[in-house]
Design a protein around this ligand. Structure first.
Ligand SMILES: Cc1cc2nc3c(=O)[nH]c(=O)nc-3n(C[C@H](O)[C@H](O)[C@H](O)COP(=O)(O)O)c2cc1C
Length: 322
């Protein structure tokens, strides 16, 4: 039996159960298209504020720009009130999302101060009220992304998964690091296994998955329905196809060569320029450019040069000397 299989989120069938994680400031439409072409079964927009959507902020709405080529696509919202989350879910659906995801995992101060993200996990009643209301307000699948707990050793995920399935949530992603650890440290595999043992809806593992070994550690957990990859996919979009090939056919494909990574970077730049225009398109890619060149001997120098580039012709000159 292969660990990689089709996955149903409500009425939406994914071609596989390897998913790109939402990452604020990173998983914009150009990057999601790269992940999709690298074999991701599902991609997520970065999180957007429910309140800002209701206020019709243009900048926030732009973050939800989606393309038909990336479908199915999940759009993630965050907020702390039943009303704003339900209204934002409707707006997000009307903007073209196939799935609405609710962020219950973000530990960032600005989000926590507003009572949203991971801090909501301390209030199961409010979580239940929000989930129930959002599910009732729209006719597309609703999913959630949570933390294993707020503090090390704490496991709130088991209870939250139960609440989620009672509210009609169609999938739960568990980032198996406590919220207090941010995105650092070793994921808690044992607590993840305990959290999903009785789940009746798909539970997806997230945190620290970067290769065949770290993927297998989670995929072999009973009842783990799939994996979500964040930083391990950046500049490395073929990881989705490589994992599928490994688990389906036992073949360990080689990591992308330097030439292939530069080709991915060039594709990213092209798509980003098409989306934002020349200057902004290049500036946006700066946030992830280091992932493409990280193992090269002159990585720091290339990064420095990339950070100054504002025209496509300068970029084309740069890649000639990498
Ligand atoms: C720069 C950055 C931005 C992130 N933004 C979001 C976000 O908007 N929504 C979310 O649910 N998680 C966000 N995350 C968390 C990731 O989705 C993921 O849970 C985390 O990176 C752990 O996975 P990884 O170890 O595979 O990177 C972010 C992580 C990073 C590094």
């Amino acid at each position: 039996m292969s660990y990689i299989k089709e996955l149903c989120i409500g009425n939406i069938k994914l071609k596989n159960n390897i998913i790109l994680a939402p990452m604020a400031g990173i998983t914009d439409m150009p990057l999601r298209l790269l992940a999709k072409s690298g074999g991701a079964g599902l991609v997520y927009t970065e999180m957007v504020s429910a309140k800002a959507l209701i206020c019709n902020y243009e900048k926030t709405k732009k973050l939800l720009k989606m393309s038909d080529d990336e479908r199915p696509v999940a759009a993630q919202i965050f907020g702390s009130s039943v009303y704003s989350m339900s209204e934002a879910a409707k707006i997000t659906r009307d903007m073209g999302a196939d799935i609405i995801d609710i962020n219950l995992g973000c530990p960032v101060r600005k989000v926590a101060k507003a009572g949203a993200g991971a801090s909501l996990l301390a209030n199961e009643k409010l979580v239940s009220d929000i989930l129930e209301s959002v599910v009732k307000s729209i006719d597309i699948p609703v999913t959630i992304k949570i933390r294993i707990g707020l503090l090390p050793g704490q496991n709130v995920a088991y209870e939250v998964i139960k609440i989620a399935q009672n509210c009609g949530i169609k999938m739960v992603v568990v980032h198996s690091r406590p919220a207090s650890h941010g995105h650092a440290g070793v994921p808690d595999l044992k607590s993840f296994a305990e959290a999903c043992i009785d789940a009746k809806i798909p539970v997806i593992a997230n945190g620290g998955i970067v290769d065949e070994k770290t993927a297998k550690d989670f995929l072999q957990v009973p009842n783990c329905a799939g994996i979500m990859i964040g930083r391990g996919a950046l500049g490395n979009y073929s990881i989705f196809k490589r994992l599928e090939e490994f688990f389906n056919n036992g073949k360990k494909l080689s990591l992308p060569s330097k030439k292939e990574r530069i080709e991915w970077l060039a594709k990213h730049v092209k798509c980003s320029i098409e989306n934002y225009g020349e200057r902004k398109g290049l500036v946006v890619v700066r946030k992830v450019a280091h992932y493409y060149v990280k193992d090269l001997p002159n990585a720091a120098k290339i990064r420095g040069m990339f950070n100054k580039i504002v025209t496509l012709s300068d970029f084309n000159e740069l890649i000639k000397i990498i």
